[in-house]
Design a protein around this ligand. Structure first.
Ligand SMILES: [Zn+2]
Length: 175
């Protein structure tokens, strides 16, 4: 399961996630931790992602986790069928990428506008602003790869590989 944390950090029970992307599959995440996709965590993420101003977005979820996600956010049979169909044909993932792009852009615009207007409405902390820019860049890159014909899974995997390569190059350069 791939998620993006939209706040500076987000915690579920005793597990804490820094802002930015995380891979929850029991293997090493780009943040260095190993997040186990337990039922409680998956349900916690699904519920958090379903809030009006969600701290977390689910970018991709494997089919085997869908019953937990659906259980946490939906109970109507129609909704479940629509959700399962959207997941099966990939439109759910594409839709999530687009809505994530729009949400990040809106947060950044609102923040920049608040500075122009000298108002505190929509003002982000420096860290949240940096996170929003990072999440926007990530989503734009994934969206561009999907435009080039990659599936969401392929694009997300490539994005993580690129990020890791960039981090390793930076570590080698001694930054
Ligand atoms: Zn992580």
């Amino acid at each position: 399961m791939e998620i993006t944390v939209l706040h500076f950090s987000w915690a579920y029970e005793d597990e804490s996630f820094a802002g930015g992307p995380h891979t929850i599959n029991g293997e090493e995440c780009e943040c260095g931790a190993k997040h186990k996709p337990t039922k409680a965590l998956v349900e916690g993420i699904a519920a958090a992602a379903d809030c009006p101003d969600p701290p977390v977005e689910i970018l991709v979820a494997p089919n085997k986790l869908l019953p937990w996600i659906k259980g946490a956010v939906q109970s109507q049979e129609d909704g479940e069928a629509a959700y399962a169909k959207a997941q099966a044909d990939g439109s759910w993932q594409v839709g999530n990428v687009i809505s994530s792009l729009e949400r990040q852009q809106a947060r950044i615009e609102q923040h920049e506008e608040s500075i122009k207007q000298d108002s505190l409405e929509g003002r982000l902390s420096d860290d949240d602003y940096a996170r929003a820019q990072f999440a926007l860049k990530q989503t734009q890159q994934v969206a561009a790869m999907m435009d080039d014909g990659l599936s969401f899974d392929e694009a997300a995997a490539k994005w993580h590989d690129d990020l890791r390569a960039e981090q390793e190059a930076r570590a080698r350069a001694g930054e």
